[in-house]
Design a protein around this ligand. Structure first.
Ligand SMILES: Cc1cc2nc3c(=O)[nH]c(=O)nc-3n(C[C@H](O)[C@H](O)[C@H](O)COP(=O)(O)OP(=O)(O)OC[C@H]3O[C@@H](n4cnc5c(N)ncnc54)[C@H](O)[C@@H]3O)c2cc1C
Ligand SMILES: *[C@@H]1O[C@H](CO)[C@@H](O)[C@H](O)[C@H]1NC(C)=O
Ligand SMILES: *[C@@H]1O[C@H](CO)[C@@H](O)[C@H](O)[C@H]1NC(C)=O
Ligand SMILES: *[C@@H]1O[C@H](CO)[C@@H](O)[C@H](O)[C@H]1NC(C)=O
Ligand SMILES: *[C@@H]1O[C@H](CO)[C@@H](O)[C@H](O)[C@H]1NC(C)=O
Ligand SMILES: *[C@@H]1O[C@H](CO)[C@@H](O)[C@H](O)[C@H]1NC(C)=O
Ligand SMILES: *[C@@H]1O[C@H](CO)[C@@H](O)[C@H](O)[C@H]1NC(C)=O
Length: 531
């Protein structure tokens, strides 16, 4: 009786599902129809129905909620923003395989999205026919404490990774970024740095294997993909080469308690002198100490925050700072000792005592404002007089915010050719510029983009040149971009590629041409093929 009941329930559900699909399919554009029919063939044996996996604009409610779930920049959340034919929410490698196969056979572009934090929205916006391959449902993290390694799926966020590590150990960590909602798919494949960088390098310096689906839809691990491709995806941007399904990472040791501090100084006090001195000492400090500088406009003046993390106790930190950076005037009362996992919340600017569950993703649409990001590398200290003129311009524009992240330490020991990320020895610090606004409309958009560009122009004499280097993860199409539909132009591409990868461009071109000769994985700043 029970089996009969469940059988008829199943049958009824099946009929309902089919009729829903049927009803909608009548409205699908031809391209979508072909893609879905191909996808259905490939996922015949999947445990999920196609309607659970694929979202289309023909069902606007569910489509918009899935699309917006990983849009963080309001610039790409407007009516005018182009929309994909479909979003495929991958729940298994098979769905990745099917998406690549069916998009390729139907001449449709794929945009790959993990956390959706791309500053230019390149993981979900395109100007040709495209689908979004959304990786967020693939977020499993398998820790192996014996070997101190983990397999992390591309859709896992940094917050989930940190949380899972801390669940198993308070003396292991992973060097990666601050924002807990970043996806490991995009973040790691663009390098991935955070406040453990001076001790352990980038995320990519601590990745030991990966699973990728290539342009033929084939699933490859490190051994199968070979060392060239494995090299390329660790900093060269994954989306030029394939879809990263998972990374194998090596965890790094941290003490049971780390010390953090945040010291704020106004330029009306000694902020300029201290920021100047910071440039001389921060890249040469003990590797256990990372001090970020964050100049910000507050009430019409500039407040410079010195935010630090030390892999050790307060007394040792105070002794070290007193010896090498007394200008900071660090006091015991500025410092707090806490487990590494709590420090990830501190860096995210959450009050001390916030439960670590705050690291976990919610399934709510994230709040968004309009932002524009840029980056620069500094190789010689910026003179005090120049610092003053920089503060003046920040005050004039009012909405610019910067982060200066010190290099040196482990970063200077790793060869610039070890990974595609070339910015190693010789860099004092990385600047991130961020302009943000809340007003809607084209006028505001142009005005603030203009601020961002003018500020960048103003910084020219103080930063790297020939090439003016840039950091891939701080995506900025102003440094050069190609039209992905019409151009595989080497000259256009070399413009941005040389800034992002310097002398590694050639090897990236060779790998790209070998693994994706038809240039299936193409976007505004992808690596082109040589032909
Ligand atoms: C608030 C904030 C804080 C940040 N802090 C840091 C920081 O501390 N350190 C740092 O290094 N960066 C930082 N970033 C930049 C961040 O690392 C990049 O935006 C990164 O690309 C985000 O990855 P994602 O998966 O969230 O983004 P997505 O938008 O999903 O992807 C970014 C790029 O990677 C590609 N991609 C995504 N998933 C895959 C995949 N599975 N396979 C192949 N290609 C893929 C996309 O197609 C796109 O080209 C920050 C960004 C923000 C918005
Ligand atoms: C379907 O689910 C079962 C049980 O969880 C699992 O063993 C099987 O591998 C899954 N099949 C596919 C194609 O994912
Ligand atoms: C780890 O997670 C499990 C399952 O959620 C939980 O029961 C346990 O208390 C956690 N342990 C620590 C140390 O956080
Ligand atoms: C800015 O000025 C306002 C009004 O004078 C004051 O209430 C506020 O505390 C100031 N903010 C900061 C961060 O100093
Ligand atoms: C800092 O160093 C000076 C000498 O260099 C010493 O006199 C002073 O006591 C030290 N202060 C602390 C807090 O260690
Ligand atoms: C660290 O986080 C845990 C879990 O949320 C909390 O119980 C503890 O009080 C925190 N410690 C500090 C120093 O913030
Ligand atoms: C951009 O800024 C420049 C220089 O400040 C100015 O001349 C120009 O008019 C601005 N353009 C817009 C669209 O605001």
């Amino acid at each position: 009786m029970r089996t009969m009941e469940s059988f008829s329930f199943l049958l009824a559900s099946l009929i309902l599902m089919l009729s829903v699909l049927q009803a909608n399919s009548q409205n699908y554009p031809q391209e979508t129809k072909l893609f879905i029919s191909c996808f259905s063939d490939y996922s015949r044996y999947s445990n999920f129905s196609v309607s659970e996996i694929i979202y289309t604009p023909q069902n606007p409610k569910s489509f918009n909620s899935i699309l917006n779930l990983h849009i963080h920049n309001k610039r790409f959340k407007t009516q005018a923003t182009s929309k994909p034919l479909a979003i495929i929410t991958a729940r298994s490698e098979n769905h990745v395989h099917a998406t690549v196969k069916c998009a390729k056979s139907n001449g449709i572009q794929v945009r790959i999205r993990s956390g959706g934090h791309d500053y230019e929205g390149l993981s979900y916006v395109s100007d040709v026919s495209y689908v979004v391959l959304d990786m967020f449902p693939l977020h499993k993290i398998d820790l192996d404490m014996e070997s101190g390694t983990a397999w992390v799926q591309a859709g896992a966020t940094l917050g989930e990774l940190y949380y899972q590590i801390a669940n198993k150990s308070n003396v292991l960590a992973f060097p990666a970024g601050v924002c807990s909602s970043l996806g490991t798919g995009g973040h790691f494949s663009g390098g991935g740095y955070g406040n453990l960088m001076r001790k352990y390098g980038l995320s990519v310096d601590n990745i030991i294997d990966a699973i990728l689906v290539d342009a033929n839809g084939i699933l490859l691990d490190r051994k199968l993909m070979g060392e060239d491709l494995f090299w390329a995806i660790r900093g060269g941007g994954g989306a030029s080469f394939g879809v990263i399904v998972a990374w194998k990472i090596k965890l790094v040791p941290v003490p049971p308690q780390v010390t953090v501090f945040r010291v704020k100084k106004s330029i009306k006090e000694d902020a300029t002198d201290v920021a100047y001195q910071w440039q001389l000492v921060a890249p040469n400090l003990d590797k256990d100490l990372f001090i970020r500088v964050q100049p910000d406009v507050v009430n019409g003046t500039v407040i410079v925050s010195f935010i630090g993390q030390f892999l050790g106790p307060i007394e040792r930190l105070l002794r070290l700072v007193n010896e090498s950076f007394p200008e900071l005037g660090l006091k015991q009362s500025d410092c707090t000792e806490m487990p590494w996992i709590n420090s990830t919340l501190f860096w995210y600017d959450l009050p001390i005592g916030t439960p670590i569950e705050a690291l976990l993703p919610t399934n709510q649409e994230p709040p968004s404002i309009y932002t524009k990001g840029k980056s620069d590398y500094v190789k010689k200290p910026i003179p005090k007089e120049a610092l003053k003129s920089i503060w003046d311009l920040m005050i004039k524009y009012n909405n610019i915010w910067m982060q200066w992240n010190p290099y040196g330490g482990r970063m200077a020991e790793i060869s610039p050719k070890a990974t595609p990320f070339p910015h190693r020895a010789g860099n004092l610090f990385l600047i991130q510029y961020s302009v943000f606004w809340t007003e809607d409309g084209a006028e505001a958009n142009n005005r603030y983009l203009n601020y961002s560009r003018s500020f960048y122009e103003f910084m020219t004499p103080y930063v790297s040149s020939f090439p003016r280097e840039a950091f891939l993860n701080y995506r900025d199409i102003d440094i050069g971009a190609k039209n992905p539909s019409t151009s595989n132009n080497l000259v256009d591409s070399l413009k941005y590629a040389s800034k992002l990868f310097k002398e590694n461009v050639e090897r990236l071109l060779i790998v790209k041409t070998r693994v994706d000769p038809s240039n299936f994985f193409s976007y505004e700043q992808s690596i082109p093929t040589q032909n």
